[in-house]
Design a protein around this ligand. Structure first.
Ligand code: PEP
Ligand code: MG
Length: 751
C-alpha cells in the first residue's frame, strides 16, 4: 500500500498541467482500489460550486449528477462519508430517464489544504457494502499528500499553457508576510545549478541559438562520458562500465534529445526543455514494475544534471538582474539574497520558510518587500512574469491586471513618500511625548556595510551577528582576521555602544566546514553550547573581540542561547581568561560590558539571576517565540502559529523586564518584534529600556516612539495582557496605530 501511495503522489507531483494531474489521480485511485468509478471535484472559489474535473471508469453518457448531493455532503461535513445504499439516501437524486444500474457504494473524502476545502475525491462501486475502513484510510492518507500538489497545479493551470506572458486575469497566491512593503517587478527564478527539478521555464531570445547550445551540451556530455569510460577501463569490470554505454545510448536516443529540441521549438529555453523532457522520462522509468528498469530513472536524472551543468556553464550564465527584479525560489538562503544587487531588487518570494527565517530577516534589513512560505507557487512557471509582492499581507499577484497594478503602484508611491519623509526625520532622537528617551540601536551582521547616513540615525549597534563572517568562509576565521572585522564594526560607532554577539551557529545557520546533522537542530547543538564545547574556537573569538575594542572601548559582548546559570558562569570565566591571557601577553584591553540573550524559556525564569551577573539583558524574540510556542521559526506549515503578539509571549516579556529591573539592569529587545511598529508598542509599554531594530525599520520605529507616551504605551500593554488570543491583540495594536494617525505603518497607503 505504501508503495502505491508513494507512487501516485510522485507521479502527480511530476505531471504537468492541472488536467493531467487530476486525470492521473483518478485513474490510479481507481486501479489501486479496484473500484468502478473514481472522480475528483474541485471547489471554484468564485462561486463556491463543486465542479467535476476528472472521472475514470464511467460509461459514456452516465449521469454523475445523481450523486452530486452526496458529494456536497462530503464538502459540508469536511470529513469522509461512506454509504452502502446510495439510492436510499435523501441526498441522492435519480436522474430522470437514467437506466444505468446505480453505483450503490459511495466513499467520498474531502481535499483540505491549509484548512481550506479544495474539493472532494469520490470512489464508487456497483453493489452494496463495498467500502471499508481500509479504503477510507487509503484515501485519507493519499489526499493529505495530494492537496498541496493539486493546489499548486490549480495555480499553474490558471497561468495557462505555452505562452505564459499573455495578459489574463490576476492570479493571487497566498504566503506568509516576510518583509513589509509593496514590490512590483519581474520574476527572476533562482534555482541551484544542480537541481534539474527546479529549473524554470523561460522564453529564449533565439530558438536557433538555444537548439545549438543544447546540442553542444549533449555533445560535451558525450565526450565526458567517453573519457570517463576510457579512464575506468582498466579499473572497472566490463559489467560496471556498461552503465556508461547505457548513458551513451540514452544520449543518442532520438526520443529523448528530439523531445527536448521539440520543446525548445515550442518556445522554452534549453534548460527548461531539458527539465520537462528528462523528468517525463524519469517518470516513465519510475513507474516500471521491474526493479532494474526502475533504477534507470536515476540514470536519466544523472544524465539530465550533466547536460544542465554544461548548459549553465557554457551558455546560460546566472541571470543578469534587471531593474525591479523580484527574486523567486523554492528555497532562498540569506547569502543568495545578498548576491542580488540591492538597487535592482524590488522584492522576494520564497516557497519555503517563514517570517522569522534568516532570509526574511535579511529582506527586512534591506527594506525589500518579501513573501515567505508560498508553497503553492508553481515556481518553474513564473520566470519573467509580472509580479506584485504584497509583503504586508503575504500575497503575490501573478500577471496583475491593469487596475490592480495601478492600485498597487499608488500604494507603493504613497509608501515611498512616507519612507522618504520618515528618513529625513530619523536623525532626531527617539523621545516619547512624555520625555523618555528610548535608545534605538540597529541590528547588523546579516547586512555587512552600513552607510554613513544610516549610522547617523542610530544610537549604536544592539546586535552584530558574528556568524556571517564565519558562514561566508571555508574554515574558521583566525584571531587577526576576526579582530579586523570586529574593529571595523566597533569603529562604525566609536562613541556608542556596539554589541557583538558571540558565535550563534546551528539551527538554520550552518557552517559548511563544521557540519552538524541532527533530528532537531533548533533544540540541539546551537549557539553557546558549541562555543563552550570548543573553548579553542570561543577563546579565539573573545580574544579577537577584546583586541578589536582597544581603540574605541565600546565593546558589549552578548552571549546567545543561554539556558542555565552554568553556561553564563563558564562564558564569563572564558571571557575573563581571554582578557587575562592577553594581559599576560602585554596587550591590555578595556573591560567590556556583558549581556545575556533571553531567548530560551528557562532563561525567562532565571532572568533576574542572570541579570545580576551581567550589565544588560537582550531579548531575542525570534527564538523566544519559537521555543515558547513550540513553533519552528523556519517551518512554513506551522508559520501561522508563530505570533510575537501571543499572550504567553507578553507574559514572558513582562517577567523578563521585571526580573532585570529588580536586578537593576536594563533590558533591550533585539529580536524582530522590536522592528515591527505595532508589536514594539507592547515592548515600550512593558518597560523595555532600548530597542535594536533592522536599519530599514528604524525611521518607522522612531516615529512610533515619538507618537506614544510611555504612559499610553503602558496602558495599551495592560489592555493587551487582558486579551487571550494573538488576533485580538494584533487588532488592538493596529487600531491604536490607525487612531493615532499612523495607519500607514499597518497597511501601505492607509493614512
Ligand atoms: C533572536 O533569536 O531573536 C535573535 C535576535 O537572534 P537570531 O535571529 O540570530 O537567532
Ligand atoms: Mg536567536
Amino acid at each position: 500500500m505504501l508503495f502505491t501511495l508513494r507512487r501516485i503522489v510522485q507521479e502527480a507531483t511530476q505531471a504537468e498541467g492541472l488536467a493531467n494531474v487530476l486525470d492521473l489521480i483518478v485513474q490510479r485511485v481507481r486501479e489501486a482500489l479496484s473500484v468502478d468509478v473514481a472522480s475528483l471535484y474541485l471547489l471554484c472559489p468564485q462561486n463556491e460550486q463543486l465542479t467535476l474535473m476528472a472521472s475514470h471508469g464511467l460509461a459514456q453518457g452516465a449521469h454523475l449528477q445523481q450523486y452530486e448531493g452526496l458529494v456536497a455532503l462530503v464538502a459540508e461535513r469536511a470529513e469522509p462519508v461512506i454509504l452502502d445504499n446510495v439510492t436510499g439516501h435523501s441526498r441522492y437524486q435519480r436522474f430522470p430517464g437514467s437506466v444505468e444500474e446505480p453505483l450503490n457504494s459511495f466513499l467520498g473524502v474531502p481535499l483540505l489544504h491549509q484548512r481550506r476545502l479544495l474539493g472532494v475525491l469520490v470512489v464508487q462501486a456497483l453493489g452494496e457494502h463495498r467500502f471499508q475502513e481500509d479504503h477510507v484510510a487509503f484515501l485519507v492518507t493519499l489526499v493529505a499528500q495530494l492537496a498541496s500538489v493539486i493546489s499548486s497545479a490549480e495555480i499553474s493551470g490558471e497561468l495557462g499553457s505555452g505562452e505564459v506572458q499573455d495578459v489574463g486575469r490576476n492570479i493571487l497566491v497566498s504566503g506568509i508576510p516576510g518583509s513589509p512593503g509593496i514590490g512590483i517587478g519581474t520574476a527572476v527564478v533562482y534555482f541551484p545549478d544542480t537541481e534539474l527539478e527546479a529549473v524554470p521555464d523561460r522564453n529564449p531570445d533565439s530558438i536557433e541559438d538555444e537548439i545549438t547550445l543544447f546540442r553542444e551540451a549533449v555533445a560535451q556530455v558525450e565526450v565526458d562520458l567517453l573519457r570517463i569510460k576510457e579512464e575506468l577501463s582498466s579499473k572497472l569490470p566490463a559489467e560496471d562500465r556498461a552503465l556508461f554505454d547505457a548513458y551513451l545510448m540514452m544520449l543518442s536516443s532520438s526520443s529523448l534529445i528530439d523531445g527536448a529540441v521539440e520543446r525548445i521549438k515550442e518556445g522554452n529555453w534549453a534548460p527548461g526543455a531539458l527539465r520537462a523532457t528528462f523528468l517525463e522520462y524519469q517518470r516513465h522509468f519510475d513507474e516500471m514494475e521491474d526493479d532494474y528498469l526502475r533504477e534507470r530513472a536515476t540514470d536519466v536524472q544523472d544524465l539530465g544534471r550533466r547536460i544542465l551543468e554544461h548548459l549553465l556553464t557554457d551558455g546560460h550564465k546566472r541571470p543578469q538582474y534587471q531593474e525591479n527584479t523580484i527574486l523567486v525560489g523554492r528555497d532562498i538562503s540569506a547569502s543568495q539574497l545578498a548576491e542580488v544587487p540591492a538597487e535592482k531588487l524590488a522584492g522576494m518570494v520564497c516557497g519555503s520558510g517563514s517570517g522569522s527565517s534568516h532570509v526574511a530577516i535579511l529582506a527586512r534589513a534591506l527594506g525589500v518587500p518579501a513573501v515567505m512560505g508560498a508553497s503553492d507557487l508553481p515556481v518553474a512557471r513564473i520566470d519573467g512574469l509580472d509580479v506584485i509582492v504584497d509583503g504586508y499581507q503575504g500575497s503575490i499577484y501573478l500577471r496583475p491586471e491593469k487596475a490592480v497594478r495601478t492600485e498597487f503602484e499608488r500604494l507603493a508611491r504613497e509608501e515611498s513618500e512616507l519612507t522618504q519623509g520618515l528618513w529625513s526625520e530619523a536623525k532626531r532622537p527617539a523621545i516619547t511625548p512624555d520625555g523618555h528617551t528610548v535608545p534605538v540601536y540597529i541590528n547588523s551582521g546579516l547586512k555587512s556595510d552600513l552607510m554613513q547616513a544610516q549610522r547617523s540615525m542610530a544610537d549604536g549597534i544592539g546586535l552584530y551577528r558574528t556568524e556571517l563572517p564565519f558562514m561566508v568562509r571555508e574554515r574558521f576565521p583566525g584571531e587577526v582576521e576576526q579582530a579586523n572585522i570586529y574593529e571595523r564594526v566597533l569603529r562604525s560607532f566609536p562613541a556608542h555602544p556596539v554589541t557583538l554577539r558571540t558565535l550563534d551557529v546551528g539551527g538554520d545557520k550552518a557552517l559548511s566546514y563544521f557540519p552538524i546533522v541532527e533530528d532537531n537542530p533548533f533544540l540541539g547543538y546551537r549557539g553557546i553550547r558549541i562555543s563552550l564545547d570548543h573553548p579553542d574556537i570561543f577563546l579565539t573569538q573573545l580574544r579577537a573581540m577584546l583586541q578589536a575594542s582597544r581603540a574605541t572601548g565600546n565593546l558589549h559582548v552578548l552571549f546567545p542561547m543561554i539556558s542555565s546559570m552554568d553556561e553564563l558562569d563558564e562564558s564569563l570565566a572564558l571571557l575573563e581568561r581571554a582578557r587575562h591571557e592577553l594581559g599576560e601577553e602585554g596587550i591590555e584591553t578595556p573591560l567590556p560590558r556583558t549581556g545575556v540573550m533571553i531567548e530560551v524559556p528557562s532563561a525567562v525564569y532565571l532572568a533576574e539571576h542572570l541579570a545580576r551577573k551581567v550589565d544588560f539583558l537582550s531579548i531575542g524574540t525570534n527564538d523566544l517565540v519559537q521555543y515558547l510556542l513550540a513553533v519552528d521559526r523556519n517551518n512554513t506549515r506551522v508559520a501561522k502559529l508563530y505570533h510575537d503578539d501571543h499572550p504567553a509571549v507578553l507574559c514572558a516579556i513582562e517577567a523578563i523586564v521585571d526580573g532585570a529591573h529588580r536586578a537593576g539592569r536594563p533590558v533591550s529587545v533585539c529580536g524582530e518584534m522590536a522592528s515591527d511598529p505595532a508589536s514594539m508598542l507592547l515592548l515600550l509599554g512593558a518597560g523595555v529600556d532600548s530597542l535594536s531594530v533592522s536599519v530599514a525599520s528604524l525611521p518607522r520605529i522612531k516615529w512610533v516612539i515619538r507618537s506614544f507616551s510611555r504612559q499610553h504605551a503602558s496602558e495599551i500593554f495592560t489592555e493587551a495582557r487582558r486579551l487571550l488570543d494573538p488576533e485580538s491583540i494584533r487588532s488592538l495594536l493596529n487600531n491604536t496605530l490607525i487612531d493615532a494617525g499612523l495607519g500607514a505603518l499597518v497597511r501601505a497607503g492607509r493614512h
